[in-house]
Write a protein that binds this ligand. Structure first.
Ligand SMILES: Nc1ncnc2c1ncn2[C@@H]1O[C@H](COP(=O)(O)OP(=O)(O)OP(=O)(O)O)[C@@H](O)[C@H]1O
Ligand SMILES: O=c1[nH]c(=O)c2[nH+]cn([C@@H]3O[C@H](COP(=O)(O)O)[C@@H](O)[C@H]3O)c2[nH]1
Ligand SMILES: NC(=O)CC[C@H](N)C(=O)O
Ligand SMILES: [Mg+2]
Length: 512
């Protein structure tokens, strides 16, 4: 018997399966994630209060698509199917599922059309986030449609008698306006949970675990100056103190002035060993001629590791490599059944042969906003805790096509102007990530009465707290105007600026 009430998340390879778990943790209910292959018998014997079917990349009516044990529907345990999970519920119980004429990605308005315990206390018209190409055309017999959108006839359906509920949208993502209330209703109104679980003190547990794992051995921490690795380093430092050395790699793909800034902040704020490695030439050499985004990421991932191995040798016997890997890095790189969206350099981009006995990744199951909370609790300065993220592969994935020194120089200058204007407008905390992209597109312009044929810079700004979904930031026109005119005037070889107005999904935050 479990000590706590528990909910099961059946994973069909969704991008947001861990996010569902995290939302449930936030609602004080214990939960477990298991493969979609888990049998009904195993589920029945585990005493779950409810089951959630995750989303997933597949199409339910394909032969290869993951299916659950059909007996699960007869266990009399409440089920909430989300997106793929909703489609699977409809398909398995005799409903009709088809490819949608109009697909929905990102923000979608929907309307609640019938009473449902799932929507208790929620406005009849609301906003949710969708990410689907398939839709439920007709619900199975015994089901009632409870919400619709202008293009989707079954945004939500239920069979209250059998305690089966489904939403085509994702209640777990932060941009679904009342998502957390919907999950709350499922847990508390439908599954009758009482909320008897609390997350242990994360800091204490992870420090104790690391003490055990690392023992007397030495560890290096890959430190970028970003939030994740700074929090990871602070945690490892708390566990093993001077056995830790931090390695900061200047791979030449950093933003303008970043290497100096990171070193300055780190040396003044932390009492830790820090080595700064100048690896600009070798990264650029390895990236020469490479244009394919995944290949760039893998090369960078591998080169990082080679640098860490070399630096470790200089220190002596080092057994562990610590990285500030967080959950979005893991899921986007493809885990279990989930699709590879992009190989984050520190997960999917890691080479197979690593010259360390083990990886230490204390933040591997946390989301960005949780990492920030841990950072604040550890007493890290606000400027660090709220620093906008910067990807490990750096500007290499913001230059479409081959990375060269010339292109890097253009992008660094343009990006510096944009950051400056955002800061001047006092928006640096309001927009969660903002940067410039060298698009690889050239276009015709006229400057000083002469024809130009030059580079297009795209500006991107997003609002999000967990970086799993994101909306494009409504930056005031005058700020965009100022940034645009300054970039054209101050940065050579740029004659056009565009602003990216896509949300995630369907786009990702970075361009590669
Ligand atoms: N320039 C670098 N030198 C050393 N390690 C790095 C560097 N860039 C990234 N890393 C390693 O890769 C991990 C993942 O990078 P990522 O950018 O996701 O995290 P971060 O830089 O720590 O935080 P943030 O997401 O806020 O930028 C880092 O936590 C760090 O361990
Ligand atoms: O350390 C990293 N290594 C990577 O390879 C990587 N790729 C994306 N990112 C950052 O992750 C967040 C989500 O990005 P995407 O929407 O582009 O996938 C955003 O904050 C991105 O900047 C990375 N961070
Ligand atoms: N997000 C999802 O679960 C997507 C489900 C399915 N693959 C679709 O495209 O409709
Ligand atoms: Mg970073």
């Amino acid at each position: 018997m479990k000590q706590n009430e528990a909910v099961l998340i059946l994973d069909f390879g969704g991008q947001y399966s861990q996010l569902i778990a995290r939302r449930i943790r936030d609602l004080n209910v214990y939960c477990e994630i298991k493969s979609y292959q888990t049998s009904a018998d195993e589920i029945a014997s585990s005493g779950y209060h409810g089951i959630i079917f995750s989303g997933g990349p597949d199409t339910v009516y394909d032969d290869q698509a993951p299916k659950c044990d059909k007996k699960i529907f007869d266990l009399e345990i409440p089920i909430l199917g989300i997106c793929y999970g909703a489609q699977l519920m409809a398909f398995s119980l005799g409903g009709e599922v088809d490819s949608a004429a109009i697909r929905e990605y990102g923000k979608t308005e929907f309307q609640i059309t019938a009473e449902s315990p799932l929507f208790q206390g929620i406005d009849r018209r609301s906003v949710c986030w969708m990410s689907h190409t398939v839709y439920i055309k007709t619900p199975p017999a015994g089901f009632q449609i409870t919400a619709v959108s202008s293009t989707c006839p079954v945004v939500s359906m239920q069979n209250t008698e059998k305690k089966l509920y489904a939403t085509q949208f994702h209640p777990e993502v932060e941009h679904t306006l009342h998502g957390q209330e919907i999950l709350h209703n499922f847990l508390y109104e439908i599954c009758r949970c009482t909320g008897d679980w609390k997350m242990d003190s994360f800091i204490q547990t992870s420090v104790e675990q690391m003490k055990k794992t690392i023992g007397e051995k030495r560890v290096i921490c890959a430190l970028s100056g970003g939030v994740d690795s700074s929090v990871a380093a602070a945690l490892v430092h708390r566990a093993v103190g001077k056995q830790l050395t931090c390695i900061f790699v200047d791979h030449g793909l950093l933003r303008k002035g970043e290497a100096e800034e990171v070193e300055r902040v780190f040396r003044s704020q932390f009492d830790m060993n820090l080595v700064r490695v100048d690896a600009q030439a070798r990264f650029l050499a390895r990236l020469s001629g490479v244009t394919e985004p995944e290949q760039k990421r893998k090369i960078i991932g591998e080169e990082f590791i080679r640098v860490f191995e070399e630096e470790a040798k200089k220190i002596g016997q080092v057994d562990f490599l610590c990285q500030g890997t967080i959950y979005p890095d893991v899921v986007e790189s493809g885990t279990g059944n989930s699709a590879v969206i992009k190989s984050h350099h520190n997960v999917g981009g890691l080479p197979k042969d690593i010259g360390f006995t083990g990886l230490v990744e204390p933040l591997r199951y946390l989301f960005k906003d949780e990492v920030r909370r841990v950072g604040a609790e550890l007493g890290l300065p606000d400027t660090l805790v709220w620093r906008q993220p910067f990807p490990g592969p750096g500007l290499a994935i913001r230059i479409m096509g081959e990375v060269t020194a010339d292109k890097l120089s253009i992008l660094k200058d343009a990006d510096a102007v944009f950051r400056d204007e955002i800061a001047k407008a006092g928006l640096d905390r309001k927009i969660n990530q903002y940067f410039a992209v060298l698009t690889g597109i050239k276009s015709v312009g006229v400057m000083g009465d002469g024809r130009t044929y030059d580079n297009t810079i795209a500006l991107r700004g997003v609002t999000t707290s967990d970086f799993m979904t994101a909306d494009w930031a409504r930056i005031p026109y005058d700020v965009l105007e100022q940034a645009s005119s300054r970039i054209i005037n101050e940065v050579k070889n740029v004659n056009r600026i565009v602003y990216d107005i896509t949300s995630k999904p369907p786009a990702t935050i970075e361009w590669e």
